[in-house]
Write a protein that binds this ligand. Structure first.
Ligand SMILES: *Cc1c(COP(=O)(O)O)cnc(C)c1O
Length: 440
């Protein structure tokens, strides 16, 4: 028995995996990852794979980067954990300063304050509660959120409520907050005028319900988990204007798109629009440790300051045991420092363009519906739909040394931002061959 086979047997006996159908899990021959370096993963049998999805969209500089490793080790030697409730610490302060300095600029407020959480979902959860409480403390309770069709904002219940992904969310609808779905500017079912349809829908929705809406939440420019649905920047400018006109907040969920992934530090920069609340996660620590954050505008923060004669305390009663864990903050600081020193965001833009070129022959193949891309966020939609085609293409790519994970019928290509030219070639070649093999 191979080392993989024996570990998989032990896994099957004791583990329940996320987003996984266990009736077929072991039959799909899962990879048992043993170690990683740069863009490479090795399994317990010593086979090497290119990490084509950045370990679920997190890895920026590659695995085992010496400076990030050293920063975590140095922090560990000094302070492992101390609560952010009632005390503070230097990595948490420094990371907040760094994020405020990097925050997007443009049409909208300055983002001046940082609230930490642990994963993308918990950052979204915090942002939703902030938005609702903001409404109660600046006028009147507005209990509704506006969300896009096909949206994905995480899988805690608040985040699920503002999601619009049939497969992930419909089962839980009876449990959820009231939200209003509007057409997505990336929805191919709405054809070439999808952006205009989304703008019209959002406008009509806000005209009808605006005074009940505390926030509009969107994944700016690219809906990732929907299968990489890219948007026209015009939609974000409209969302900003409509939020302002109706006194609602605008939330950008940059958990996937942020930290250089789209070839800019934030996807918001493609549109020149700044939201009132911006969530980030995934790439913030470079993929080393779980951490997320909500960047907040000063006017939002100010609404939570108590005033003489208040009947309610205005405090944001929210936070987790490990909020702003110092090891996570140290990893994030090192990641952001190296990204700055090595101009990694510009490199990501060039890598994205290169992959776009390399995938042109793939896009032209029969059985490839569309290749969608913004920076290094790439979706290759394959057909026939609903036949595990995406999964089979990923399995075939693995035999060519590239590890990929699909979203339904869309093969996601989202490598580390510092991927070299040779590795980019390997990735594109493996995908090309895998598609030929599966669709032959
Ligand atoms: C992944 C993702 C989340 C959820 O983040 P987790 O860390 O998995 O909780 C939220 N929003 C977007 C846009 C994401 O892509």
């Amino acid at each position: 028995m191979s080392a993989s086979a024996s570990w998989i047997a032990r896994d099957a006996a004791a583990v329940w995996h996320p987003f996984t159908q266990h009736a077929t899990w072991t039959g799909d021959d899962p990879t048992v990852v043993d170690r990683a370096e740069g863009p490479w993963l090795w399994d317990v049998d010593g086979r090497r794979y290119l990490d084509g999805v950045s370990s679920l969209w997190t890895t920026t500089l590659g695995h085992g980067h010496p400076e990030v490793n050293a920063a975590i080790a140095a922090q560990l030697a000094k302070l492992d954990h101390s609560t952010f409730l009632g005390t503070t610490h230097t990595p948490g302060i420094e990371l907040s300063e760094a994020l405020v300095a990097l925050a997007p600029r443009g049409d909208g407020p300055e983002l001046t304050k940082v609230f930490y959480a642990g994963d993308g979902s918990s950052a979204v959860e915090a942002a939703l509660k902030i938005a609702y409480q903001y409404s109660t403390q600046t006028g009147r309770a507005r209990p509704k959120f506006v969300r896009l069709d096909h949206a994905y904002h995480g899988d805690t219940l608040g985040a699920v409520a503002v999601g619009g992904h049939e497969l992930f969310h419909e089962a839980y609808r009876p449990l959820l907050l009231e939200t209003i779905g509007v057409a997505s500017p990336g929805d191919r079912a709405n054809g070439a005028d999808r952006c205009a349809r989304a703008v019209a829908d959002l406008t009509a929705t806000m005209d009808a319900h605006g005074d009940q809406v505390c926030a509009i939440i969107v994944e700016p420019m690219m809906q990732g988990a929907a299968g990489m649905l890219d948007h026209d920047a015009h939609f974000l400018r409209t969302a900003r204007a409509l939020a302002d006109a109706h006194g609602a907040l605008l939330i950008f969920d940059e958990v996937a798109t942020g930290i250089g992934r789209t070839g800019r530090m934030w996807a918001a920069e493609h549109a020149g629009v700044v939201p009132d609340l911006l969530t980030c996660g995934k790439g913030i620590t470079g993929g080393y440790l779980p951490l997320s954050a909500v960047l907040a505008a000063e006017h939002v923060f100010a609404a939570f300051l108590s005033r003489p004669g208040d009947t309610s305390p205005r405090t944001f009663f929210h936070g987790h045991t490990y909020t702003a864990n110092p090891l996570c903050c140290a990893a994030a600081l090192a990641n952001l420092r190296v990204m700055g020193e090595q101009d990694v965001v510009a490199r990501a833009a060039r890598l994205g363009d290169r992959l776009g070129k390399l995938l042109e022959p793939v896009a032209a193949k029969d059985g490839v519906v569309e290749v969608r891309r913004l920076g290094t966020m790439i979706g290759v939609e394959v057909a026939p739909a609903g036949d595990r085609t995406g999964f089979r293409v990923c399995q075939a790519a693995r035999a060519h040394g590239v590890w990929l994970r699909p979203l339904g019928d869309t093969v996601v290509v989202m490598p580390p931002l510092t991927l070299g030219d040779d590795e980019a070639d390997l990735l594109a070649d493996a995908l090309d061959a895998a598609i030929d093999e599966v669709l032959a």
